[in-house]
Structures are given as structure tokens and as C-alpha cells.
Write a protein that binds this ligand. Structure first.
Ligand code: GLY
Length: 408
């Protein structure tokens, strides 16, 4: 039904769009651009990798609402609403399941401080017109009997779903290949600029690619690509997250799994979540550490996650611990993504998604494809233009300097 497309010589050497970075944001950009008839290429030594290999995949527009992030909420909700169709279309195009699960989320409080914090979140959600229901501790445990007896109350948000980010990345990779996207399995070492226009990239393997438009989607490395003029470099930094993967036992016939929905809490001031998948995987996350590009899994990180998760669901310490890993959230100064054209003609950004990369995948793909195909960002993406961080917003000095930096 979907024969693999054979890329033409032109698609290989001179695509319409070169995407630097093959994480889920780069892949969805390439896939959606190809769907608009553009010849797309992706440069990445290991496409389908990146932060999504670590992420839990919560689609938590409502439970991850923060004060001052109402504009981002609009984009998050737009993307959450698109998820069912997006997942179905991606599954159809790739022949792969992405683990989209409408299981809902329960955010609980373990002590009086947490309860007060959760009450405030509930008030903010209600003021923002969002659907969430306050439950007593007993009601929380009726929904999730394995919760600690000390749970003091919680918020039930049936609209916050989940997807499996690893499956999502694999499906996007296959969908891209089937749509004729070309892959260059090498780091992009340098952006090429001619006459004040981005024209392509030089790769670490020596390939020189020219392209009509370039999209920088290198996650937390996006601010380190050599050749990008300094005034255009995206202000992204990595925020490390350590994550555990455990395995839940098969529920007894007719019985319930250990957890049936995502459970989250703020424990000792840090957010903690347990995300149960249908296949028995239980993802426990995540630390938030500002340590540069360090992805070491530490004893302290694993200890804290297990300690806090045990406080929330004591039974988890019985489960096999099957994986520990750490990823880097690409974070912008206002925690929101940078989408669309930069002040350097021909260069776009799709980065800075911070905690919401998986959630924002559908809307990012749509917005990037639209701007690449028509030159115009759709309404919902306009507040996220990279211009908001640029003193020169839209017009840059002729003499902008290109720094010597790292490959992406
Ligand atoms: N969205 C969950 C996290 O970033 O840890």
C-alpha cells in the first residue's frame, strides 16, 4: 500500500528542505513537508533518537499547566486535540502502532503543602476553562488502589493522555522513508550561508548539501551549529532528565493492572510521574538538572526517583527495574518552542520544546509544513516565532558574525 519511494538525484543533492536533526521534531517536520509536495532531507547520524528515546510521553496540557504559560497552553491544547487523528494517520502511513492511550491522568497530593499547591493548580485550570475534577484521598485510591494510604487528595484529568515516544519516533522514521524523505546519516557540521541567505549544510562525512530552506531541529544542540550567525543562534539550553523503566506484572484475569492511568505528584518540590503502558512498561520520571550536555545516569538520580515513587506507590519496589536513562530537554528562555523563520532568510527553527516535545509534535509538524510550503506561519504558531528573542526582530545587521561551534 505504501511502496518505499525512490529518491531522485535532485532530492538527494538539492532538497527543497534540509532538516538538521532527526528527533521527533525534525522527523515530523520532514514528514509533513513531504506531504505538502516538498522534497525533504534529514541530516542526523541516528535519526529517531534524541530526547524522545528517554521521554515518558505524557500528553499533559492540563496537568503541566504553569502560571504565566497561558499562551503555551493554547498551543499545547491545539496539539492535544490533533493527537487522535495524527496518531491514526501516522499509524496508517507507517504500519506501526504508536501506543496512543486515552487513559487520563491523576495528579495527587501527599501532604498538606502538596494539597495546597494542587488546589491552586485546580483554580488556575478552572479559570482557564480546563476540565479537571477535585477528588478526596479516598476517591483517588478508589481509582488507583495501589496509591499510598497517605494520599490527601488529587485532580482527575481524563483529557491528559499518553503516547509511547519510542514507537512514535520509529513510526515517524518509517513514514518519512515511505514519503520519500532522504536521510543523510551524519552530523551537520556547519550551516552554509551565501549572500546573507542560508543555503544548506556541510556534514561531518564531507557531504555538502544545498537546499531551498533549512530547518534547525537539533534539540538542545540547536544553539551550537557552526556557521549560524550569532544573532540568529537559538537560545536553547539542555535540562537533563533521568528516567527509569520498570516492568509491571500481568494483571490477574479480570483484575486491574498496578496502575491504570498516569499518576503524578510533586514530591519534595520536584515533579514525579508514573506512566503505565498497555504492554506492562512503567516509566518513572524525571529529574530536572541544569548540568550542560551531561547524560550520566547517577546513583543519586535513580535513588531519588525510586524513593519518591515508592512514597507514592509503595508496591513499585517489587517490580523489575529494566532500564535507566537520561535525556536533554531543549529549553528556551520562556519554556516555549521556537517555530518558523529566523532573521536569516532560508533558515527556520523548530526547537526549544522543553517538557512538551512529544505533546507538541502534531502541531509543530503542521506549522512547519505550512511555513515551508507557503512562507506563512499559521495563526496558532505565531506567538512562537524565534523573533521574540531577537533584538533585531526580522532585520539583522549585515555584519552578523558566524561563531565557531559544535556539530549538531
Ligand atoms: N514532560 C515531562 C518531563 O519533561 O519530564
Amino acid at each position: 500500500m505504501h511502496p518505499p519511494a525512490t529518491p531522485s538525484a535532485a532530492a538527494t543533492t538539492h532538497p527543497d528542505v534540509l532538516v538538521i536533526g532527526g528527533g521527533i521534531i525534525g522527523l515530523v517536520t520532514a514528514w509533513r513537508a513531504a506531504g505538502r509536495g516538498l522534497r525533504a532531507a534529514v541530516a542526523d547520524p541516528a535519526p529517531g533518537g534524541g530526547a524522545a528515546r528517554v521521554a515518558a510521553g505524557m500528553l499533559a496540557a492540563v496537568t503541566e499547566l504553569h502560571y504565566g504559560e497561558q499562551t503555551l497552553l493554547g498551543l499545547n491544547l491545539a496539539s492535544a486535540e490533533r493527537y487522535p487523528r495524527f496518531a491514526a494517520e501516522l499509524e496508517e502511513s507507517s504500519g506501526q502502532q504508536v501506543g496512543y492511550r486515552r487513559c487520563g491522568t491523576l495528579a495527587v497530593a501527599l501532604d498538606a503543602d502538596d494539597r495546597a499547591h494542587l488546589r491552586e493548580l485546580h483554580a488556575l485550570q478552572t479559570r482557564s476553562g480546563l476540565d479537571s475534577q477535585w477528588l478526596t484521598g479516598r476517591e483517588c485510591r478508589r481509582l488507583e488502589p495501589m496509591l499510598a494510604p497517605g494520599v490527601r487528595g488529587g485532580l482527575r484529568v481524563d483529557g491528559d493522555h499518553q503516547v509511547d515516544p519510542r514507537r512514535l519516533a520509529s513510526a515517524l522514521l518509517i513514514a518519512c522513508e515511505r514519503a520519500g524523505v532522504t536521510f543523510h546519516r551524519s552530523w551537520a557540521e556547519r550551516l552554509t550561508v551565501h549572500g546573507d541567505r542560508a543555503t544548506g549544510a556541510e556534514l561531518a562525512d564531507g557531504t555538502r548539501l544545498s537546499a531551498g530552506q533549512v530547518v534547525l531541529a537539533g534539540g538542545s544542540y540547536s544553539g551550537r551549529l557552526a556557521g549560524v550567525p550569532e544573532d540568529v543562534l537559538p537560545p536553547v539550553r539542555p535540562v537533563k532528565g533521568q528516567v527509569l523503566r520498570l516492568r509491571m506484572p500481568e494483571p490477574p484475569r479480570g483484575g486491574s493492572p498496578l496502575l491504570s492511568r498516569t499518576v503524578r505528584a510533586v514530591v519534595r518540590g520536584g515533579p514525579l510521574y508514573l506512566v503505565p503502558r498497555e504492554d506492562g512498561e512503567l516509566v518513572v520520571g524525571a529529574t530536572s538538572e541544569e548540568l550542560g550536555w551531561d547524560t550520566t545516569v547517577t546513583a543519586g538520580g535513580v535513588y531519588e526517583l525510586l524513593r519518591d515513587a515508592h512514597e507514592l506507590v509503595p508496591g513499585i519496589t517489587e517490580l523489575p527495574l529494566v532500564e535507566t536513562c537520561a535525556g536533554l530537554r531543549p529549553t528556551s528562555p520562556d519554556n516555549a518552542p521556537m517555530l518558523g523563520p529566523t532573521a536569516l532568510p532560508g533558515l527556520h527553527l523548530a526547537t526549544g520544546h522543553f517538557r512538551n516535545g512529544v505533546l507538541l509534535t502534531p502541531v509543530t509538524g503542521d506549522a512547519m509544513a505550512e511555513v515551508l510550503a507557503t512562507g506563512s506561519l499559521p495563526e496558532e504558531a505565531r506567538p512562537f516565532s524565534p523573533a521574540r528573542f531577537s533584538a533585531t526582530a526580522g532585520s539583522r545587521p549585515e555584519s552578523a558574525r558566524a561563531p565557531q561551534e559544535q556539530p549538531v
